[in-house]
Write a new protein. Structure first.
Length: 367
C-alpha cells in the first residue's frame, strides 16, 4: 500500500529529487527484474540528454530496481536519426526524439510533433492528456510501427530561426538552404527553399561549412548552447512552424505489454513528469539566454515581417491539408487536431491572449 501511495505522489515530483539517484542499477539477473536499453536522438550534455537520464533514474527509484534503463545518447550506440530503427529491430527497448524525425516511417507521425500555426503548449498538453491525443497518436502513428508512444518533453513556442542574411519578403526564401524538419519545412519548400533535415549535433558544422544558410533549432537557451550565433547574426521570431513541439518517447510494443500494470504506471508517470520538467527548464532559462545573445553576442533580434507571416500562413492552409490526405491515418489525426484547435482558439484568446497583452498595465519593481 505504501509503495502504491509513493508511486502516485511521485507523478509531480521535482526533477531534482529524481536526479539525486543518477546511477542506474547493475543489470538485473533475478526473476521479475528487467533491464532496458534506451537510445536517443539528443546529445548527452544537452538539456534533453539530461532529461532522459532523469527519467531513467526516476523509473529505477520508483520501481525499486525492478526496471532499470541504460541510456545511450546520440551517436553512442546508433546515429541520432536511427533511434527508432534500433527500437524496431530489438537493439533497444525505448527511444527518445521528436516525432518529425521519423517522417519517413509514417505519413501521420509528424503531426504528433506539432502543426504550424497550431496548438500552443497548454493546448498541446490538454490534447495529449485529456483530448485523446496519446491514444490517437498510438492508433494512427506508433502502434502500426510496433511501438507505444508517450510524450516526454515539450519545447514550448520556439524561435523562428537563424539566418546569415536578413529575411524580409517571400523572395528572400527562394534558393535559401535552410534546416527545418517537419511540416514547416514542407511549407518552405513551396517557396523555393532548399530544405535540409539534420540532427542538432550536425547543424553548427553545416552552417560553418556553408552547407546551409540558416537553421531553426529550439529557442534561446538551446541555441546559445549550440553556438549558432557564431555563424549567423540574424535571429527571427516567432516560431510559426513550431508553436510548441512534443518530444516523443517510444517503446517496443511487446516489451511494453510485458510490463505489469505497476511498471506501466511508473513509466507513464515518469514520462509525464519529464514532460513538465523539460518545458519548465526551457521556460526558466530562455529569457536569460536571449539577453546573453543580444547583449554579449550582439545578435540582430527581429520579428518576421507581417508580409512574410501572412504569406506563410496562407500557404500552410493548403500545404498541410494536402499532406494530411496521404493516408487515412494522417487524415484522421489531422482532422482531430484541427477540431481540437477550433475549441481552443476562442478560449485561449479570451484568457491567455488578452492577459498577455494587458499584463504591462501593472509595473512591479523589487522592494
Amino acid at each position: 500500500m505504501e509503495r502504491r501511495k509513493f508511486i502516485k505522489n511521485t507523478a509531480l515530483a521535482s526533477a531534482s529529487a529524481v536526479a539525486a539517484t543518477s546511477a542506474l542499477s547493475s543489470p538485473a539477473i533475478s526473476q521479475g527484474k528487467k533491464q532496458w536499453i534506451a537510445v536517443s536522438a539528443f546529445g548527452k550534455a544537452s538539456l534533453l540528454g539530461q532529461a532522459l537520464d532523469s527519467f531513467s533514474a526516476a523509473v529505477d527509484v520508483m520501481s525499486g530496481g525492478r526496471l532499470t534503463i541504460q541510456n545511450y545518447h546520440a551517436g553512442e550506440l546508433v546515429a541520432p536519426f536511427e533511434a527508432m530503427d534500433a527500437v524496431q529491430s530489438g537493439t533497444a527497448q525505448m527511444g527518445y526524439g521528436a516525432p518529425y524525425y521519423w517522417t519517413g516511417k509514417s505519413d501521420s507521425i509528424t503531426f504528433v510533433a506539432c502543426m504550424p500555426f497550431g496548438l500552443n503548449v497548454q493546448e498541446q498538453n490538454a490534447w495529449c492528456y485529456y483530448g485523446g491525443g496519446i491514444e490517437l497518436a498510438d492508433k494512427t502513428a506508433y502502434n502500426p510501427l510496433g511501438l507505444k508512444f508517450l510524450p516526454m518533453g515539450n519545447t514550448g513556442n520556439q524561435m523562428g530561426g537563424w539566418y546569415r542574411e536578413e529575411v524580409n519578403t517571400v523572395a528572400d526564401l527562394k534558393g535559401l538552404k535552410f534546416r527545418m524538419p517537419g511540416l514547416g519545412g514542407e511549407i518552405l519548400k513551396t517557396f523555393g527553399t532548399n530544405v535540409i533535415n539534420l540532427p542538432g549535433s550536425e547543424v553548427l558544422a553545416a552552417l560553418t561549412s556553408g552547407a546551409i544558410d540558416g537553421t531553426e533549432w529550439i529557442g534561446p537557451v538551446a541555441d546559445l548552447g549550440s553556438g549558432l550565433y557564431k555563424v549567423c547574426n540574424n535571429y527571427y521570431y516567432p516560431g510559426w512552424h513550431e508553436p510548441a513541439t512534443i518530444l516523443d518517447s517510444f517503446y517496443d510494443m511487446k516489451e511494453w505489454e510485458a510490463l505489469d500494470d505497476e511498471l506501466k504506471t511508473i513509466v507513464s508517470h515518469s514520462a509525464a513528469n519529464t514532460n513538465l520538467m523539460v518545458l519548465s527548464r526551457f521556460q526558466a532559462a530562455n529569457n536569460i539566454a536571449l539577453q546573453t545573445l543580444v547583449n554579449e553576442h550582439n545578435i540582430n533580434l527581429a520579428p518576421y515581417s507581417d508580409e512574410l507571416i501572412r504569406a506563410i500562413g496562407e500557404r500552410a492552409t493548403t500545404v498541410i491539408p494536402e499532406l494530411a490526405q496521404k493516408s487515412a491515418d494522417a487524415t484522421e489525426l489531422y482532422n482531430h487536431l484541427v477540431t481540437f484547435r477550433k475549441t481552443m482558439v476562442e478560449w485561449s484568446q479570451i484568457s491567455e491572449g488578452n492577459f498577455m497583452s494587458k499584463r504591462i498595465a501593472a509595473s512591479f519593481e523589487t522592494v
